[in-house]
Design a binder for this molecule. Structure first.
Ligand code: SF4
Ligand code: SF4
Length: 339
């Protein structure tokens, strides 16, 4: 144990200065900076001329395979050898689904439609922007592992070390994953884009919704029928709400594979009239209440303060919390009475 403590003290000792990836990630998330250049569309490739055109099964297999085998889906010291994510859930939404106009009302006019973000990519490549009905959005849920959930469920004030690591390593891996998918598709002559790894992405306070981004993976995942919202605003899926989400837009017509519940809270016990509010009891700053659901500002302050804690304790430049997503009935699946 003494040896481990010594190693820990040496391991990235001054992360406020030395965790360059963490700092780049935090600034990138807010300002849409530091992302590698977008891959260019291969003008000579004709989709389907050599390989079959990717279909729904191709996307499910490609994402599942990458998450299972990718060397970057891995934890840092002292958890080397453990994956960050388990096998994903994958869903599809049509680019002309009216829900994207609804998002403009509910989230705000800043939220991109698939067409708006794809137009940017098309113009960058000097090609005609595809029509909304020629687009689809691929959405995926990457569940955290049992170890990470167990550790965070035992945490009381601040995130566990595994949870903190998954916030950073998981985000970096998730960006690598979508970049590889987009690069593969563009090399086949198929326009694709993941908005959160472009300069168009930045998180800020918006008048109606508070802290938000112009592309909400959570809302996209709801649109794809992958889950519904809980009291803590996390998406409750068949693999629970302790996860990371990703999505990208592609110039292909893919068929939705899941039915989207009309009720955006269909899998939350409290919203369905069944006593719960375990997430509220887990929140150290009372940011969740029966009356006002999730107070994003109070949550944001707590999460921002965790940066200092994670640097000091875990030597990692990241913020996080997720206490309300672990040790709760919706942590690892849809709560039993609602399945
Ligand atoms: S803990 Fe209970 S009330 Fe909170 S989101 Fe999950 S199911 Fe809903
Ligand atoms: S993430 Fe943390 S601070 Fe925010 S609501 Fe959940 S438990 Fe509270």
């Amino acid at each position: 144990m003494g040896n481990r403590k010594r190693m820990k003290d040496r391991y990235r000792r001054f992360s406020f200065l030395s965790d360059i990836e963490g700092m780049k990630n935090a600034i990138g998330e807010m300002r849409g900076m530091f992302f590698p250049r977008q891959p260019l569309l291969n003008p000579d490739a004709r989709p389907g001329s050599s390989d079959p055109v990717p279909d729904e099964a191709w996307f499910i297999n490609a994402l599942t395979d990458k998450i299972a085998r990718h060397p970057e889906n891995g934890m840092e010291y002292p958890f080397y050898g453990e994956p960050v994510f388990d096998a994903p859930l994958v869903g599809f939404v049509r680019g002309d689904d009216p829900i994207f106009d609804k998002f403009k009302e509910v989230i705000g006019p800043h939220h991109f439609t698939p067409w708006e973000i794809m137009r940017w990519q098309a113009e960058n490549n000097g090609v005609r922007p595809p029509e909304p009905q020629e687009l689809s959005v691929v959405s995926f849920v990457m569940p955290l592992t049992r170890n990470t959930k167990r550790d965070n469920a035992a945490a009381v004030d601040w995130p566990s070390e595994r949870w903190a690591q998954t916030r950073l390593s998981g985000e970096i891996f998730s960006q690598t994953l979508v970049r590889e998918m987009v690069t593969d598709l563009m090399s086949r002559g198929i326009l694709a884009i993941s908005p959160d790894v472009t300069p168009k992405f930045n998180k800020k306070r918006y008048p109606k919704v508070g802290w938000a981004s112009p592309w909400s993976h959570r809302h996209i995942a709801y649109a794809a029928g992958l889950g519904t919202f809980g009291m803590q605003d996390f998406l409750i899926t068949e693999k629970g709400c302790a996860h990371r989400l990703g999505s990208f837009v592609v110039n292909l017509k893919l068929a939705p594979n899941r039915k989207r519940p009309e009720d955006i809270h269909a899998y939350c016990l409290h919203h369905q009239g069944i006593p719960c509010l375990k997430c509220a009891a887990r929140c150290p700053v009372n940011a969740i209440t029966a009356e006002s659901a999730h107070d994003k500002e109070a949550c944001y302050r707590k999460v921002a303060n965790s940066l200092k804690y994670c640097n000091k304790k875990y030597h990692i430049f990241i913020y996080g919390c997720g206490l309300c997503a672990t040790g709760v009935p919706c942590e690892s699946g849809i709560p039993k009475p609602l399945r």
